[in-house]
Design a protein around this ligand. Sequence first.
Ligand SMILES: Cc1cc2nc3c(=O)[nH]c(=O)nc-3n(C[C@H](O)[C@H](O)[C@H](O)COP(=O)(O)O)c2cc1C
Length: 326
Amino acid sequence: MRASTGRGGEAAGAPPDLASRVGTVALANPVMTASGTSGHGAELSAYGDLADLGAVVVKSLAAFPWEGNLPLRVAPVATGMVNSVGLTGPGVAAWIGEHLPSLNRSGARVVVSLWGRTAGEYGEAARQLEEALGQDSEDPSGIVAVEVNVSCPNTEDRGRMFAQSAGATADVVAAVRNSTSLPIWAKLTAAVADLNEIAGAALEGGAAALTLVNTLPAMAVDIDLRRPVLGGVTGGLSGPALHPVAVRCVFECRSAFPEAGIIGVGGVLCAADAIELLMAGADAVQVGTATFVDPRAPWKIVEGIRQWCHQHSVSRLDEIKGAAHR
Ligand SMILES: Cc1cc2nc3c(=O)[nH]c(=O)nc-3n(C[C@H](O)[C@H](O)[C@H](O)COP(=O)(O)O)c2cc1C
């Protein structure tokens, strides 16, 4: 955990330009919410203007409503948080009616996260979204990308994720590619022996970008009750403990795939954490667990990056993106 965004002192000059780009998707700044940590729609708008964030990534949606796991679903641990929410959601079709209008009114750029139990179900979720885009849902132009969650540790098939197999990852991404014209971001897990192999399969399957990383499979035991803390027994670890893992994954994938879009996610609590991921090679970052501590965190991180750039005479993000590789 870090306490400050950099050394003090002000530098003169024009305000830094924080614009970034993930593949073909242009963002006003590199800070997004992380899927599953800011609700299904515009819930966070009580704390700031969603249009001032790079994008809002909504909780993963399936082609059908899904209840998720039993409580307890979220618990603090010494190094962050474990959760076994289990992909609770209304399904794409209901989400379009219930949540997309408020997101569109907020002016947010929206990334829709999708999941399924088979490649076909992922394709079906993407097809439902694509169909709605062609119809009358207020102003659907706010949707800028689809994030394909192939790495949730809280599925029925506990611990077995599509993103642990190159073939399964490629199949899912291809199924979504065949169902939508939106750019596809593949969200991967660090819990693999060879991340570059999986990332390569996602890119070959048609992903334009890699979101690195999802939570790591984890568990906590209540020693007074002598039983697992989470209703789902095991869950996913997020927060500060995940941050160096995310930095490593971003660095490795940027080395292997210089042209791919890369989004870094894991334990971004402050601007310095975000800048570290950018220097490791990310084009943008996502903020999750920090939002549970302070719902204004994503906006504070945007401002912190702006101040850091100003103090370090950085006028454009390109000056620091990938700096750790040079
Ligand atoms: C309560 C909770 C729910 C989550 N739900 C999802 C989800 O539905 N889809 C997804 O792709 N990731 C989900 N994640 C993972 C986050 O998007 C993110 O990858 C992870 O938490 C690491 O970032 P953080 O350390 O900033 O939280 C969830 C994380 C948490 C803590």
